[in-house]
Design a protein around this ligand. Structure first.
Ligand code: ATP
Ligand code: MG
Length: 360
């Protein structure tokens, strides 16, 4: 028996550098999974949110980008950046950060999963021992521009910048994290704060965790200070299942987590609007990698794994898992003719993607 076909339209934005090399492979993997699981996916390519577009038009996005992208169910994004021609703050602020704000993608989600055949920088860690998610608040918190400078240029020079937490903003990220924890076998949520040092906003976050825990009695909750939590990412990564944190702490943990799995080059990330009022965006953690762009040797796994996260988000968890299983099976075989040079092989982007697609 096959489930009724569900249709989803996907905007594909390759961006710059290796983004243009790995996104087509990600789309091919998605098509293979869609065929196997009878999902109706349609794709449309866009050339904006790239530095080539900027060099031609003087802006990263067309004026009507929001209308153009709003009708899609998700955005499949490659990478943006061409630092030798366009400063990073221009390319980033003019594209991804606009999407994040205008599409209210208030969740940043990153899996931290040790994959077979990839060496963790942490000694003796085996696949299965590191498998958790970092959920980062993506819209408020420490990253506010409220503050100022007084007595500039004098010995009394003083600067300050405020942290903003709203009940709506805190509760919605906690709710997402509790829901995610509830669906996972271990049902464990870890919250990162620093309530002994930051005495108003961080205790507020702790309070909201306690308040929401009442609605999720089946989830076990741990609360850690960020300093010892960071240490435990390295010492005891097997303790974690779902980790939730404010914008700044989440930013740090969502780089540290994938680093512990040795996969920062092959890791995916998602910027999610859980209600589906706006499209969510899926992009690999890596950037446009100008140093290897144009050679056809970029590792496509980060992009393909993004496709798995996108299918999860669209409600096709079986298809998402099939993509992830395919990635794991190809990595476990460790065929140097297939793996790309960053994984010590001699394969091309195409070779590695093709092996994964065949496994799907
Ligand atoms: P960002 O654009 O996010 O600031 P960055 O400029 O710091 O990122 P990347 O563009 O990710 O960094 O490149 C960092 C290094 O990792 C480079 O040497 C690059 O070649 C390598 N790298 C990144 N992604 C890949 C990939 N998919 N396959 C192989 N190597 C990669
Ligand atoms: Mg860069």
């Amino acid at each position: 028996d096959q489930a009724p076909r569900k249709a989803h339209s996907i905007a594909v934005i390759p961006g710059d550098g290796i983004g243009t090399e790995v996104t087509p492979e990600g789309v091919r993997a998605l098509k293979a999974a869609a065929e196997r699981f009878n999902i109706d996916l349609t794709f449309e390519d866009f050339d904006f949110a790239s530095c080539d577009y900027y060099l031609e038009h003087g802006q990263m996005l067309p004026d009507d980008w929001k209308a153009k992208l709003s009708r899609f169910d998700a955005i499949f994004f490659g990478a943006v950046g061409m630092p030798e021609k366009v400063p990073d703050h221009v390319s980033l602020w003019g594209s991804l950060l606009q999407f994040r704000r205008e599409f209210d993608q208030y969740i940043n989600l990153r899996p931290c999963k040790l994959m077979p055949g990839i060496k963790s920088p942490l000694a003796d860690r085996q696949p299965g021992e590191i498998d958790f998610y970092v959920v980062r608040e993506n819209t408020e918190g420490e990253y506010s521009s409220i503050g100022g400078k007084i007595f500039e240029g004098t010995p009394r020079e003083t600067v300050m910048q405020e942290t903003v937490m709203t009940r709506t903003g805190v509760d919605r990220v906690l709710k997402y994290a509790f829901e995610l924890a509830r669906k996972r076998p271990r049902r464990k949520l870890t919250s990162a704060t620093k309530s002994n040092g930051i005495s108003i906003t961080m205790p507020y976050w702790d309070e909201r965790v306690k308040a929401m825990h009442g609605a999720y009695p089946e989830v076990a909750v741990d609360q850690f200070h960020i300093d010892i939590l960071a240490a435990n990412f390295v010492l005891h990564p097997d303790w974690f299942d779902v980790v939730v944190a404010s914008n700044l702490f989440g930013d740090i943990l969502s780089d540290l987590g994938p680093a512990c799995t040795g996969t920062i080059g092959v890791a995916p990330s998602a910027n999610i609007n859980p209600e589906g009022d706006f499209p969510s965006l899926f992009e690999p953690v890596h950037g446009s990698a100008p140093d290897i762009a144009g050679q056809g040797v970029a590792n496509p796994i980060g992009q393909i794994w993004c496709g798995a996260m996108m299918l999860d988000h669209l409600g096709h968890e079986d298809a998402g898992k099939a993509i992830l299983d395919a990635i794991e099976s190809v990595l476990a075989k460790a065929d140097p003719g297939v793996l790309t040079p960053d994984l010590k092989g001699q394969g091309t982007t195409r070779d590695l993607a093709q092996a994964i697609i065949e496994a799907i």
